[in-house]
Design a binder for this molecule. Sequence first.
Ligand code: S3P
Length: 179
Amino acid sequence: MSGGGHLVLVGPMGAGKTRVGRAAAEALGRPFVDTDDLVEALAGREIPEIFATEGERGFRDLERRAVADACAAPEPSVVACGGGAVLDAENRRAMAGAGLVVWLTADPDVLAARVGGGEGRPLLGDDPRRSIRRLLALREPAYEAASDARIDTSGSDLHGAAEAVLAAFERNRREGSRP
Ligand code: S3P
């Protein structure tokens, strides 16, 4: 764990970062911030349109600004980062300085079932199941490097996953306040 007081969620598409993050933020009485929403606000366009016009490169540039802004916010928050944000070293540094970084994940089949047809997620293309597997294999080392704790949500509902995240956060807080 590092200096800041944010709770940062990373992990693949379909891991539940947004839903679990919202539930955790509510339980903690904190604001919830989703970097995908910040990207859309910065661009004034939705993510599929950003990918279509500026490519993944343009999206990642906006995402870097969004992650930096969210991590630098003075009010302790719950921050859900888009699934590919961990690939960028600058993002990983910002997250590490922001607080506890929790990696939410699940079995590839569970992730694929959750993302369904992949609407609104341009990187999933025509075969979301296959894309999920490919992206997971590529990105696992980056999730590992970016995070302080890993929580598998394959067998959990929203409530159970949020409880597990809150327990990790609480544990970390206790350990951090020990003399
Ligand atoms: C992406 C994940 C998406 C979004 C964009 C790219 C990725 O966010 O940032 O479509 O590279 O994995 P979610 O993980 O919130 O779906």
